[in-house]
Write a protein that binds this ligand. Structure first.
Ligand SMILES: *Cc1c(COP(=O)(O)O)cnc(C)c1O
Length: 402
């Protein structure tokens, strides 16, 4: 990093964690330390000629915050530096990112392939929304490569992958599915929310587009909603996705982008600490007498453990806990907790736990619940930043009362 360009620091030679602190900065003439919050919808011009030039040189000059905002651009550029992306665009929520990343590239007559185990709103987009526009959705068992091969034996426009999945922690082979997808002519879009950019790097395994719900670990402190779309190749982002977003307007507010920008500074430290704590909690719960099964990507008992070790550098902070009991025991356990909070959110500094069958997945039919293993005794735990010992003691005490 050169002292001479302190207003636009060059982070190219820095290690990833340092990029999360200094990447994307554009200091104003006031030379502030902390990134400025440009709480503005529009921009002014010194002359008619300047305005004309701003519109002629699309993208280099800020003209309107739906297209680009300096604070939002700092967030986008910082995450793009870390992820190795050539293009990024921040959205108002994770779902706005999923919607924009998929619908911008699809049109009537196209085909999309996705695993059955997806976040519930992602399933809605593929299963309910796509057919309204003449796009054919095809669902597979995400962990079964033979099903992917069969589904991708026909020309396909997009493959949407979520790995590990929410809440089933199902793992998809990113490299194998990306190879099959590319042979079928498809663009590979990965929802990397659970793994985070710290623990899984989908571009290294063939992904073309990565999306995040930044609401989760990127903010990580429960303050705002946000999302982001990143593309490996600048052309796809700027020519296919950007026109769709700038004209439909799922733009993030500058203040929320500023929170996420500051969240990135601690992302690696938080995610590594939460992932290490979750691994400890998973091991503890696996031998607990009230627990039938713990699903955690970095436990040898996870059905895709070998694949997890190949494509992830940590198991993340999310655990699925299958109690030996049913709904009554699950509710007793939740009601017995003192520190871990009952909440359907995740990726927060506070440990959060939910009963998916009666909350996030209550709208599923019984058959859909069975297929997704949303059982009456299932709890989904998001491990926070507390001392892991306190988390384990709280769970132990609550389970004793369950
Ligand atoms: C939360 C989540 C989303 C949606 O993000 P929002 O910010 O809530 O819109 C999408 N995918 C996954 C895997 C999620 O966990």
């Amino acid at each position: 990093m050169s002292r001479t360009d302190h207003r636009n620091p060059n982070v190219a030679g820095l290690r990833p964690r340092s990029k999360l602190v200094h990447g994307g900065i554009r200091r104003s003439s006031f030379d502030e330390t902390c990134e400025a919050l440009y709480q503005t919808s529009g921009f002014v011009y010194g002359s008619a000629e300047e305005a004309e030039n701003a519109f002629a040189n699309d993208g280099t000059r800020h003209v309107y915050s739906r297209f680009r905002n300096p604070t939002t651009a700092m967030f986008e550029d910082r995450l793009a530096e870390y992820e190795g992306a050539e293009w990024a665009y921040a959205t108002a929520s994770g779902m706005a990112a999923v919607h924009g990343a998929l619908m911008s590239g699809l049109r009537a007559g196209d085909r999309i392939v996705a695993p059955r185990a997806l976040f519930i709103s992602c399933t809605w987009i593929v299963k309910e929304l796509c057919p309204r526009y003449g796009i054919e959705p095809v669902f597979v068992d995400g962990s079964n490569l033979a099903e992917w091969e069969e589904a991708l034996s026909k020309p396909t426009k997009a493959v949407f992958i979520e790995t590990p999945s929410n809440p089933g922690l199902e793992v998809v082979d990113l490299q194998a599915v990306s190879d099959l997808a590319h042979k079928a002519g498809a663009i590979v879009v990965v929802d990397n929310a659970f793994a985070t950019p710290v623990l899984q790097r989908p571009f290294d395994f063939g992904a073309d587009v990565i999306i995040y719900s930044a609401t989760k670990h990127i903010d990580g402190q429960g303050r705002c909603l946000g999302g982001v779309i990143l593309t490996k190749d600048k052309k796809y982002g700027s020519e296919v996705i950007h026109p769709f977003l700038r004209n439909t307007g799922p733009t993030i507010a500058p203040f929320n982008a500023w929170l996420l920008l500051k969240g990135l500074e601690t992302l690696e430290l938080r995610v590594q600490a939460q992932s290490a704590a979750a691994a400890q909690v998973a091991q503890f719960l696996e031998t607990h007498p009230k627990v039938a099964q713990v699903l955690y990507p970095m436990l040898p008992s996870h059905p895709s453990y070998d694949l997890v070790r190949k494509q992830m550098s940590g198991g993340g902070n999310m655990l699925s806990i299958f109690l030996k009991g049913g709904k009554a025991e699950a509710f007793n356990a939740l009601n017995g907790l003192r520190m871990v909070m009952i909440s359907n959110n995740l990726g927060d500094s506070k440990s959060l736990i939910t009963h998916p069958a009666t909350t996030t997945h209550s709208k599923l039919t019984d058959e859909e619940k069975r297929a997704a293993r949303i059982e009456p005794g299932l709890l989904r735990l998001s491990v926070g930043l507390e001392d892991p010992q306190d988390i384990m003691e709280d769970l132990d005490r609550a389970l004793a009362e369950a």
